[in-house]
Design a protein around this ligand. Structure first.
Ligand code: GAR
Length: 206
């Protein structure tokens, strides 16, 4: 695949709920690795379902468009997801955006997943298929695992079960708490998530 400029731009819309450190790693990688020139890919917007998400301020400081959709303001999961799809569409005129879940702590409806099928990617803080869902680090420690990690995967209707794009492994050390383990895993997340997205862009036509 050549590095020739692309005529079609590929927006990346990043969804967050909190700190957004993975989002920051992706924004930095996109800049440093010239994703726009190489793949036509650019970070078009950061959307949070929590008004107090710390990552929003960082993104705004970078000059990136931000939007908030407070899920508590919607009567149902379906209504929230419909509004979320509309919010994404505002940054995605050609319906080609890749939607990047970066610590987005909402379960998405099948209709939403279907709409973005093949364009929706997530990072999960475990070695999937082990420990889907919440409290992954605590569960890995309690299970006596010697290793933990993180997984980048395409999103399908079943929670945390889509095709795996990338994984990283870290040891679980004596005395680890969920917090110390989470910090060790997060360091690896910041490496594998941008790497997985870059390869996904390269191998799927930008
Ligand atoms: C990350 O560890 C990510 O893997 C996890 O939330 C954290 C977000 O950190 N995601 C999930 O648990 C999704 N189910 P960040 O906001 O600093 O990127």
């Amino acid at each position: 695949m050549s590095d020739a400029p692309r005529s079609t731009l590929r927006p990346l819309v990043i969804l967050i709920s909190g700190t957004g450190s993975n989002m920051q790693a992706i924004v930095r990688a996109a800049q440093a690795q010239r994703w726009r020139e190489r793949y036509g890919a650019f970070v078009a917007a950061i959307i949070s379902n929590r008004p107090d998400a710390k990552g929003l301020a960082w993104a705004a400081g970078e000059g990136l468009p931000t939007a908030v959709l407070d899920h508590k303001a919607y009567p149902s999961r379906e209504a929230f997801d419909a509004a979320l799809a509309q919010a994404i569409a505002r940054f995605d005129p050609d319906a080609t955006a890749r939607v990047v879940l970066a610590g987005f702590m909402r379960i998405l409806t099948p209709a939403f997943v279907e709409r973005f099928a093949g364009r929706l990617v997530n990072i999960h803080p475990s070695l999937l298929p082990a420990f889907p869902g919440l409290h992954t680090h605590q569960r890995a420690i309690e299970a006596g695992c010697r290793f933990a990690g993180a997984t980048v995967h395409l999103v399908t209707a079943e929670l945390d079960q889509g095709p795996i794009l990338e994984q990283a492994v870290v040891p679980i050390l004596p005395g680890d708490t969920p917090e110390t383990l989470a910090a060790r895993v997060l360091t690896q997340e910041h490496l594998i998530y941008p790497r997985a997205i870059e390869r996904w862009l390269r191998e799927t036509g930008g």
